[in-house]
Design a protein around this ligand. Structure first.
Ligand SMILES: [Zn+2]
Length: 335
């Protein structure tokens, strides 16, 4: 059984007209499926006005983590500004009682961006750790923020066939991600990509965006037989042990030689698979194909919505599939 820790980023939801039922809906889905542990990573500046949902989340036994105050990419800011952003969000989380009863403190950098230079990255990491946080990486990103707006717009326009198609594609993409993860997955480390074996406890990321509620429901129904849900602390502990082991391997065998060997092995496996028509080697860019195949559907939704709009409501509505959210989120956790 694959062990996974579930995390949901960008709490309590998108800026502006955040649906106040979004967090409650996600929480109820977790409770219905008996998932006892989930960390919601909070954007500090979006807390005001949503304290009640965040407190209900904590009261249900789930956790809150620090996702910075403004959700800016660390590459675009000096290290001191990033540190300040995490401090401000920390103050919000303290105010909500997120760390009462010695609860764990987790932090996640927006977009998985650790900073623009080794010195900056080190300074950012140290400043976050100095607040008592554990940095929580992601090993399976489900890209729900790409699918969710398509689902929402299809439902809003009563295009039920398109809505079902989006849900089906999300489920397939998530299932493929999980299958690949059962075999092997790849993580970026300071020394390059490392292969991770199947005994690794994964960290899954979803996002608080309207529409994801349905994906979460579907995912928990489909995955409950294959996945054992563990705490983020356990998954991170596992990841650290694995990295220590890998670091020792890099040291022992020589970084360059090992990297060349890994590349040659991958190339040979892929070549053999192509020649024999057998199962393909795991893709290095696994979700890219699934996301690219969404473009046709996105375009169709946009065309449908535009014709619906001009027929029924005039042309004052944004074309479907091109809201600000997913464009902005496109590069989130790019790996
Ligand atoms: Zn985020």
């Amino acid at each position: 059984m694959l062990r996974c820790a579930l995390t949901i980023d960008d709490a309590p939801g998108p800026p502006g007209d955040v649906s106040s039922t979004l967090m409650d809906g996600m929480r109820r889905a977790l409770e219905r499926h008996g998932v006892k542990r989930c960390v919601a990573f909070v954007i500090g500046e979006r807390v005001a006005g949503h304290e009640a949902e965040l407190e209900r989340w904590l009261a249900a036994g789930y956790e809150l983590g620090n996702h910075s105050h403004e959700h800016a990419a660390a590459t675009h800011l000096p290290a001191r500004a990033v540190a300040h952003s995490f401090e401000r969000c920390h103050a919000e989380l303290e105010r909500l009682g997120a760390f009462a009863n010695r609860r764990e403190r987790y932090a996640r950098l927006p977009f998985g961006d650790r900073g623009k230079s080794p010195a900056e990255r080190d300074a950012i990491r140290r400043s976050i750790l100095s607040l008592g946080y554990t940095l929580a990486d992601v090993s399976i990103n489900l890209h729900d923020f790409v699918y969710a707006p398509l689902l929402e717009s299809a439902l809003a326009d009563n295009r039920h066939a398109d809505a079902a198609e989006v849900e089906r594609r999300f489920a397939n993409q998530a299932r493929d991600g999980l299958r690949r993860s059962e075999q092997v997955t790849t993580l970026q480390s300071a020394r390059g990509a490392i292969s991770v074996p199947r005994d690794f406890a994964h960290v899954i990321a979803l996002h608080f965006v309207p529409g994801t509620e349905r994906f979460l429901e579907r995912l928990l129904s489909a995955w409950s037989a294959h996945v054992g849900w563990v705490s983020l602390a356990d998954a991170v502990h596992h990841l650290r042990a694995l990295r220590r082991r890998r670091r020792a391997q890099w040291r022992d065998r020589g970084c360059a030689a090992r990297r060349a060997l890994a590349g040659a092995r991958y190339g040979a496996r892929a070549h053999a698979a192509r020649r024999e028509g057998g199962p393909a080697a795991p893709s290095r860019r696994p979700q890219r194909a699934a996301l690219a195949s969404l473009d046709a559907l996105r375009l169709r939704c946009a065309n449908d919505a535009q014709s619906n709009d001009s027929a029924a409501r005039g042309a004052d509505r944004d074309p479907v599939g091109q809201p600000d959210g997913p464009q902005r989120h496109r590069s989130e956790h790019p790996r």
